[in-house]
Design a protein around this ligand. Sequence first.
Ligand SMILES: NC(=O)c1ccc[n+]([C@@H]2O[C@H](COP(=O)([O-])OP(=O)(O)OC[C@H]3O[C@@H](n4cnc5c(N)ncnc54)[C@H](OP(=O)(O)O)[C@@H]3O)[C@@H](O)[C@H]2O)c1
Length: 266
Amino acid sequence: MNHVNIGFAGTGRIARALVSGLCRKEQITLWGYDREPAALKAVTEEFPVSPCPSLEEIARACEVIILAVKPYQIEEVLEVLKPYLSDKHLLISVAAGISTDFIQKCTGESIKVIRAMPNTPAFVGEGMTAICRGTGATAENLALAGELFSSIGRVAVLEEFQMDAATALSGSGPAYMFHIIDSLSGAGITCGLSSREAILLSAQTMLGAAKMVLTSEKSPEELKHEVTTPGGTTEAGLKILNEKNIRQILAETVAAAAARSRELMK
Ligand SMILES: NC(=O)c1ccc[n+]([C@@H]2O[C@H](COP(=O)([O-])OP(=O)(O)OC[C@H]3O[C@@H](n4cnc5c(N)ncnc54)[C@H](OP(=O)(O)O)[C@@H]3O)[C@@H](O)[C@H]2O)c1
């Protein structure tokens, strides 16, 4: 990768997660601007990020600009950036529900735009980021974005129409997993474990099972069958999950989040 200046427009929660991974990469110089001085100070004090006094300065200093403000704030940021944008820039938006088309309409059709949906496990280097490119962006732009986001975990390249699904599954997914760990822990406490023990057993089991899925050639269904002995404890537990139709519950969960993502885009 050639040397690249990356500027953050907005240095809140998700920007900090990204910075924590990107700052470990060579060939990158990081810049940041936030209208909230405390947010800018927090990131520049903890990480090697140079503060910029304005969005204009971000555009002057950087070839890659990461739009890390709330979805309803994107339009305002693009309005300020627009006069300073040119062919040299690549905009990467992490705003949920904001399409590349919308960004190009605000900035000009020829502007290169990548849309990304990271998630908060990025804080511990285990993020899942879905990325897609706008009509003005090239395969090289997409590859660069993939390389940048791989510093905070895994990356999936998708088509834009799939981004609502990614938002609903991996973007919102950490909250579902926290909820499941919390519920499993509660069940463990009821069965006699302490809160600490129950959380450890639940969270490590989820981590281990996820690692097996990611490193195995086998499907999750095959892995499940391998650990389910007829008449055993696992089968007794799975019977309840099936009777209560956990598949249906999760299908409705993800569908509701995807519908909300589509609504936000409007
Ligand atoms: N957090 C997540 O888990 C997550 C995951 C995936 C994607 N995202 C996306 O990431 C984006 C940012 O989320 P976040 O949680 O990091 O938000 P955040 O913590 O609120 O950070 C955004 C920062 O940008 C600042 N800002 C707003 N308008 C600005 C402007 N015109 N110029 C400069 N700075 C400005 C905000 O200041 P004020 O406080 O004054 O508004 C705030 O400090 C969202 O679009 C979200 O959809 C978040």
